[in-house]
Design a protein around this ligand. Structure first.
Ligand code: SF4
Ligand code: MG
Length: 314
């Protein structure tokens, strides 16, 4: 609800002037139990920051995060620690998120030990159970991360994230560092686990194909804000926001009759420390009018159910 994260920074080494990066600038959305909400946008749009705010890894500048009926932003440290068990994250880079000196067994067991949930033989049993869930087994337990391929390492990361029986997992670019063929294996694994364990996902990525593969609904972010949110198929069939349209036009389509002309956005992503007035997309939007340069459009429900923030939705 109204989630914001502003990072203050110094504008130059010798400057006294301070600026503020509006990394996340007012997010309102709901994730339903058992669904996957995709969040897509260019790097720097605030999607990772949003994920970290939801997981309470960052403190919001404003706004609230509610989880299963509780306002997490109002909880004390100890209560947050307890709730955090149910909220886990899978990172982009399995190469750097796994401790290279630890054995797989210890990497997966660590969260269980930290929470004092299992000991001795029961702990080992639980680790084997987790490894099997992600397509590995007890033969992998005494090996180190460098002995595995990228895809296998991501499986280890997933096993670790599952250790505490979470209900919500934030996947932050979870497949972006992997080859395309491995990406689909991991996406299929995530889907299988979602069904078996009744998981809810927030799937953050800059690439639309992966988001399309796994999401039920998709939120498109631009400069810290959601510009469009809709059911997956509806979003791809009829994007309502010009930015969504441009993103979709950049995705290669195999069927030549379905190919649309690629829309090349003019200019670079504006500096999030100094976002454009009015609609923050107006500096790159092919449809911008005068009103777009002064009045920021609200995220409003359109006739087809899409939420879109545009004065002239498509
Ligand atoms: Fe483009 Fe104006 Fe819509 Fe912004 S409000 S996306 S500038 S048409
Ligand atoms: Mg990121």
């Amino acid at each position: 609800k109204g989630l914001k994260k502003h990072f203050p920074y110094k504008q130059g080494l010798f400057s006294r002037q301070k600026g503020v990066v509006h990394a996340v600038d007012g997010l309102d959305f709901t994730v339903n139990r058992g669904e996957t909400l995709g969040i897509v946008g260019e790097s720097g749009c605030g999607k990772s920051t949003a994920g970290q705010l939801i997981l309470q890894l960052l403190e919001p500048t404003a706004g609230e995060v509610w989880f299963e009926g509780r306002n997490l932003t109002a909880l004390g440290k100890e209560d947050v620690r307890k709730v955090r068990r149910h909220l886990q994250i899978i990172f982009q880079d399995p190469y750097s998120s796994l401790n290279p000196r630890m054995k797989v067994e210890d990497i997966v067991a660590e969260p269980l030990e930290v929470h004092g949930l299992y000991k001795g033989a029961a702990l080992k049993e639980r680790v084997v159970e987790l490894l099997r869930l992600v397509g590995l087994d007890e033969h992998h337990m005494s090996r180190h991360p460098h002995e595995f391929s990228g895809g296998q390492r991501q499986r280890i990361g997933i096993a670790r994230a599952l250790a505490l029986n979470p209900s919500l997992i934030v996947c932050d670019e979870a497949v972006s560092a992997l080859d395309v063929s491995i990406q689909s294996q991991i996406l299929n694994l995530l889907k299988k686990l979602q069904k078996e364990l009744k998981l809810t996902y927030i799937f953050i990525a800059h690439g639309l194909p992966a988001v399309k593969h796994i999401s039920d609904r998709i939120a498109v972010m631009y400069l810290g804000k959601i510009v469009e949110l809709a059911d997956r198929d509806s979003l791809f069939a009829h994007p309502r926001h010009p930015y969504t349209q441009a993103l979709l036009s950049a995705v290669p389509v195999p069927d030549p009759t379905q190919r649309k002309e690629r829309i090349i956005l003019q200019g670079d992503l504006p500096n999030p420390a100094n976002p454009p007035k009015g609609c923050s997309f107006h500096t790159r939007c092919p449809y911008a009018q005068d009103i777009c340069r002064s009045a920021p459009p609200a995220l409003e429900r359109q006739a087809d159910g899409h939420l879109a923030a545009c004065h002239f939705p498509l």
